[in-house]
Design a protein around this ligand. Structure first.
Ligand code: SF4
Length: 371
């Protein structure tokens, strides 16, 4: 099935590769759902009440990566097509829309200060494509808004000036690379004007869902504001397309290292072969697999959760099966704001300092080593 030819048969390559066209022609809301349903001759009307609670939009490019007409069976479709499960009464009554307590750790609007030396700046309220597993679904209840106001940015700057122990700002959202060029420039220049901010990290899914957004102009801006790190969000090997790889290469040629955060998602990537293929593909385009996240316990995402033990089993099976550069840290962001916890089990079974340690090897042998 080639969805590009079914849904956008008359769009020429020039337009298709123009990020503004892609953004403007996102399928979104009830109208987009209707168009999808008509062209695919599938009844999607049962999803209209889901998108009243959690908004829906995605780019033609990303939608065109879906290969299975049964949209929720496809690893790309499952990430973006709303599911009735999102609004089903949850079996865990304690589920929250903000289990990480981000609002509690927000000293000024738009800023999250949980760890001592770094903060998250929520610079944008929009995404090119809304991932159904997103842990900030709470923000989707408001209308899409572009960026922090100048006034809010000034408050953020005042807070960062007053807290010199903060050395790193993680610019996130929504997707900060969807902001208008001058807003991105403003945010970066404000961050660069604070002498204690050493490093800027940008969290973006644009290389995955709208790779055309990575323009030469944007790369020049990023280059000028180094040191910058980009952290992106590939979840499945089919996302590592020619277009996505091209976008990543442009960023890298601008002198910006790229790493990746994957979320472990039921029915999408919860098995050894898919994850191994994803991490190896990322390594081959020089993107470091940085984190594999246990899906956060956010209301409306229960259908994506994978048992902890299964995640550990998959990661254990990868150790020794592929190189360490292809194996990310497996972590959970603990509810109630307790921060990240590493989940990969230790391979040390017992040890006595200066004498010996007993290890469980990658190929399941138990060995005693004098260290
Ligand atoms: S791109 Fe990031 S912020 Fe946007 S919906 Fe996906 S996970 Fe959430």
């Amino acid at each position: 099935m080639n969805l590009r030819h079914i849904l956008w048969p008359d769009v020429d390559t020039g337009l298709w590769n123009d990020w503004r066209w892609q953004y403007k022609n996102r399928l979104k809301g009830a109208e987009g759902l209707f168009k999808l349903s008509t062209l695919l001759q599938k009844d999607l009307s049962h999803l209209s009440h889901v998108i009243k609670t959690y908004r829906w939009a995605s780019t033609p490019y990303y939608i065109s990566l879906i290969q299975d007409k049964n949209l929720l069976q496809d690893p790309i479709g499952r990430q973006i097509i709303p599911s009735p499960h999102e609004i089903q009464k949850q079996s865990y009554p304690q589920l929250s829309l903000d289990p990480l307590k981000e609002r509690l750790y927000s000293p000024v609007p738009g800023l999250i200060h949980r760890y001592k030396d770094r903060v998250v700046l929520l610079a944008s309220g929009i995404c090119a494509s809304y991932c159904r597993h997103c842990n900030r679904k709470r923000t989707w209840k408001k209308p899409e808004h572009l960026s922090l106001t100048k006034h809010a940015l000034n408050k953020v700057k005042a807070y960062l000036d007053a807290n010199p122990e903060i050395r790193e700002v993680i610019i996130s959202g929504g997707d900060p690379l969807l902001l208008p060029f001058k807003s991105i420039k403003r945010v970066l220049s404000v961050m660069r004007s604070i002498p204690t901010i050493e490093v800027i990290r940008i969290g973006t899914r644009v290389p995955v869902v709208l790779p055309m957004r990575i323009t030469d102009r944007l790369c020049r801006l990023l280059h000028k504001n180094r040191p910058i790190w980009i952290n992106t969000h590939f979840n499945h090997p089919r996302e590592v397309t020619k277009e996505a790889s091209g976008a990543i290469e442009k960023i890298q040629l601008a002198g910006i290292p790229v790493s990746n955060q994957t979320v472990l998602l039921k029915g999408i990537n919860d098995n050894h072969d898919v994850l191994k293929s994803l991490f190896c593909k990322l390594q081959s385009i020089m993107v470091r697999p940085y984190y594999l996240f246990q899906c956060d316990q956010v209301c409306g995402t229960l259908h994506f959760w994978v048992p902890l033990s299964k995640g550990i089993e998959i990661m254990e099976s990868m150790w020794g099966d592929t190189g360490g550069m292809c194996i990310p840290n497996f972590v959970a962001d603990l509810p109630e704001g307790y921060g990240k916890a590493r989940l990969l089990p230790s391979q040390i079974l017992d040890m006595e300092d200066g004498k010996e340690a007993i290890f469980f090897t990658y190929d399941k042998k138990i060995v005693k080593i004098h260290l």
